[in-house]
Write a protein that binds this ligand. Sequence first.
Ligand SMILES: Cc1ncc(COP(=O)(O)O)c(C=O)c1O
Length: 358
Amino acid sequence: MKQIYNFSAGPAVLPKPVLERAQAEMLDWHGSGMSVMEMSHRGKEFTGILAKTEADLRTLLSVPDNYKVLFLQGGAIAENAMIPLNLLNGKAADYAVTGGWSKRSVDDASAYGKIYVVASTESKQYRHVPPFSDWQLNKDAAYLHICTNETMSGVEFDGVPNAGEVPIVADMSSHILSRVIDVSQFGVIYGGAQKNIGPAGLCIVIVREDLLDRASPLTPAVFNWKIQAENQSMINTPPTYSIYIAGLVFEWLLAQGGVPAIEQQNIEKAALLYNYIDSTDFYSNKVALNNRSRMNIPFFLADESLNDVFLKGAEASGLLQLKGHRAVGGMRASIYNAMPIAGVQALVSYMQAFEQAH
Ligand SMILES: Cc1ncc(COP(=O)(O)O)c(C=O)c1O
């Protein structure tokens, strides 16, 4: 099989040992004679898989006991609507706009109630997170929504704002499990799985128990966090195979030494690429130094007429999916947990050779 490195922003690279294990267990999971895809979600085999997957996620993120972990469908975009439905409860909410995804969250939530944009870098091309002291927070907001890693523009929070009693709701789709976080600083953490967790089709919601009593009666049962929490995420059929693969990814992560160990690798991988980009005028990254994402690294060629040649050559060298998001342009290398350092080394070598040749 050809060696390639997949820099897609998502669905994205998965750890090879996880895929190999899924392959080995495909036809006969642990002597059951069945593939996980064929199992009843209420049978003892799958409920065991779900329980272990949740327990491992709790271990990886040190999730406190007063938080529920939900395994839902609909992706992060469904949560954009479900957050106001579950939490607004007749109040208004605060949103910070630091990139395309948090902007989308405002647009989606606005259908359900009054939304205040308390900080925005839209007019500055989303290149930094504004200092928290400048945010116009409302003390009686139902919640404050943030996106802690903006996948399109590669902007990552380097801290958490202090919203007092107002619960913080964080979209962590593209950097969950990449760095150590303190779950107790948040009311709700959510993320689509298809970057650092597993296949698309699964969305993880981690919600503090005291926030479970605020849902509008219009909230669909499958997206009502309280109902799902009371039913072990089984008010409908959960995305069983995606949950199984997520469980294998969590086991792989624990074997790597957990989140602190993978964070060190992520720091090293990101530094390798940023240091090279900063060492030459041939490429650039425009994000403020303290907000540069470790997961999604956009970069631009000084001569953009070379973009197509760059991408064709990269593909021929087995470096795939480097084209930047259509809203941002240029290139983007997504280097999630499962991207080995050898992949980043191969990318930097290719970029150096390309610079020499042009
Ligand atoms: C930060 C962030 N939020 C939300 C989404 C949307 O996720 P989904 O397509 O799973 O709904 C994405 C997808 O790339 C994302 O990166």
